[in-house]
Design a protein around this ligand. Structure first.
Ligand SMILES: [Cu+2]
Length: 118
């Protein structure tokens, strides 16, 4: 009984695994938004992805317009979302760099900027 149930489920699991592996964790959206201009330096940056993330292998780094690290170095991961707190910073272009390992064991990375108004 158990064996026949397993054999019935197995093809379905293979289909699910295959379709998920073709979609790595991509950045869905961010706050502050990608390329956006915000009125004041944010206290944190949050990224939402298309897949759940492995906390041990996923992180965000943020630098200010002078290229100085302004993130606290402690990225928090919750499901498909991760965020990092920022030290108080000035105006200009901020650079957000991220790398993630999704639960399907695929790594991906990317970066974007946002601007803080004077
Ligand atoms: Cu993948």
């Amino acid at each position: 009984m158990r064996k026949s149930t397993l054999f019935g489920i197995l093809p379905l699991l293979l289909v699910l695994a295959t379709s998920e592996s073709s979609a790595h964790a991509m950045l869905d959206h961010a706050e502050p938004r990608v390329g956006n201009k915000v009125a004041a330096a944010p206290r944190e940056v949050t990224l939402w992805f298309t897949q759940k993330l492995e906390p041990a292998f996923s992180a965000i780094t943020v630098t200010d317009s002078a290229g100085q690290r302004v993130d606290t170095g402690k990225t928090r991961v919750s499901g498909s979302q991760m965020s990092v707190s920022l030290r108080p910073g000035g105006s200009g272009t901020y650079h957000v760099m991220w790398h993630v390992l999704s639960v399907d064991t695929h790594a991906s990375d990317g970066n974007f900027t946002f601007d803080v108004a004077q």
